[in-house]
Design a protein around this ligand. Structure first.
Ligand SMILES: Nc1nc2c(c(=O)[nH]1)N[C@H]1C(S)=C(S)[C@@H](COP(=O)(O)OP(=O)(O)OC[C@H]3O[C@@H](n4cnc5c(N)ncnc54)[C@H](O)[C@@H]3O)O[C@H]1N2
Ligand code: MOO
Length: 422
């Protein structure tokens, strides 16, 4: 769709804060995929390619919110019980009453039934007294005019833009489109993302582990994270760190995918063949982000494809994916730039840190007498993957923070806000 400039990931400084990195990335990424029209059921999780405008009011007609009796409200009803003769017929959902209700009478209505002409208020059936012969109802005093009535257009107005282009379609957005009568939607096509691991020590799980070997955790983390996004995942496995193989794999991956995502080798600009190959075949920009974990990040271009190189340590790789790669991929896939909500909760810990960089502490939410609080997981190295397993989210301490005292409010970014829902 749009072409990103070859140098879109360039930046001048040495070290960059998390906020600066995010605003640069937001400014420089744009959708890479084309719109396509898909049936509603296939649209969940995708990004809307054009605004959704309602062709009608919803509800389309005024209707009763309860099973009861409809009538025209009168001032006397505020203070006294009023007995109304029952008009023949009824209004049920799908079976409207077609006449006009005479003033001073009531009509049997069921939930969802169209409000009859001449009525503006409904009394709940449990609250009225029906004459033994069923000929009249007595409405208790105190009802408000318009009670138990749902107005036409009270949810959505005709012509209203209910979803903006770029909206990520969750079950509720799919329901809204269905409610407006849409059976298909124009959504952005899936972003094609190739994932690979490199590093001579990295071994495929299931194989024997030689001395010095490390099983590939990152690729499985990344593919699982990608599965939460509107992308098509191509698993390129572990690529041996040999120049010819790396070039060949990268060349093919870049020609067939929008994005090539790797982990490891993000800091060793001179040794790693992935890094060297991206530099030789396209352009690579190293980012040193003032954060812990996950300082080194690499962004680049391989022809038309975007290259994202995450740090090798599994926790750093995952945190960098969640903070930086995820919004970039969503934006490339047509989504509006996501802005996860951090909740302010009291800290259930004390902490000291260096100013000038952001820290992301793996944290659990714990119930205290004062409500929920965040407790940081004590073992926190960027290779300690069990810290992520234990955690419910990340406590984000900004560059200005030097210490946290128990009870002080901190920003808690739940994993759910970062797209990890199960
Ligand atoms: N002299 C310096 N050393 C390091 C720096 C630095 O700035 N100067 N930065 C440190 C930080 S922070 C990180 S993070 C790592 C990043 O290094 P790389 O991105 O180049 O990653 P590697 O060196 O390849 O690997 C680091 C670590 O992660 C393990 N790893 C790699 N891939 C996987 C995988 N797919 N699954 C599981 N584990 C993986 C790898 O074996 C290493 O142990 O550099 C620091 N050093
Ligand atoms: O990015 Mo590194 O793993 O923070 O320590």
């Amino acid at each position: 769709m749009s072409r990103l400039a070859g140098d879109c990931f360039a930046y001048g400084g040495e070290r960059i804060t998390v906020a600066e990195a995010l605003s640069l990335l937001e400014a420089r990424t744009a959708p890479m995929v084309c719109p396509e029209t898909v049936p509603l059921r296939a649209a969940v999780g995708r990004c809307l390619a054009e605004p959704l405008v309602s062709p009608r009011d919803v509800p389309t007609f005024a209707n009763s919110a309860v099973d009861g009796y409809a009538f025209a409200f009168t001032a006397a009803m505020r203070s006294e019980a009023v007995r109304l003769p029952l008009h023949p017929g009824r209004s049920a959902a799908g079976h409207p009453f077609t006449g006009t209700l005479p003033a001073g009478s009531a009509l049997r209505v069921l939930t969802g039934g169209m409000m009859p002409d001449g009525a503006d208020t409904v009394a709940l059936q449990e609250e009225v007294t029906l004459d033994p012969d069923g000929a009249a109802v007595t409405i208790p005093p105190g009802l408000k005019c318009g009670a138990n009535r749902r107005l036409a257009g009270e949810d959505v107005r005709r012509g209203q833009t209910v979803l903006a282009a770029g909206a990520r379609l969750r079950p509720q957005e799919i329901g809204l489109a269905a409610e407006l009568g849409r059976d298909r939607l124009s959504v952005f096509g899936r972003l094609e993302v190739a994932v690979l691991s490199t590093g001579d020590e990295i071994v495929e799980p299931g194989l024997d582990l030689p001395a010095g070997g490390v099983y590939d955790a990152n690729r499985f983390i990344l593919m699982s994270l990608l599965a939460t996004l509107p992308v098509e995942i191509k698993d390129l496995g572990i690529v041996r760190d040999d120049p010819d193989t790396v070039r060949e794999v990268l060349g093919r991956a870049a020609a067939r995918h929008h994005v090539v995502l790797t982990s490891g080798g993000a800091s060793r600009g001179d040794e790693d063949h992935v890094v060297r190959s991206v530099q030789a075949m396209g352009r690579l920009d190293f980012w040193q982000i003032a954060m812990k974990p996950g300082r080194p990040l690499a962004f680049g271009r391989l022809g038309e494809a975007v290259f994202v190189g995450l740090p090798g340590n599994p926790v750093a790789s995952m945190v960098c994916f969640l903070l930086f790669a995820r919004p970039v991929l969503l934006r490339l896939a047509g989504a509006a730039w996501p802005r996860p909500n951090a909740f302010r909760v009291p800290a259930a810990f004390a902490f000291r840190k260096k100013p000038g960089r952001s820290e992301y502490l793996r944290a659990t939410l714990v119930a205290t007498e004062a409500g929920l609080a965040a407790r940081h997981v004590p073992r926190e190295g960027s290779g300690i993957l069990t810290s992520m397993v234990e955690a419910h989210g990340l406590v984000e301490l900004g560059p200005e923070v030097e210490r946290v005292e128990p009870g002080e409010p901190v920003s808690f970014l739940s994993f759910a806000e970062l797209g990890i829902t199960s």
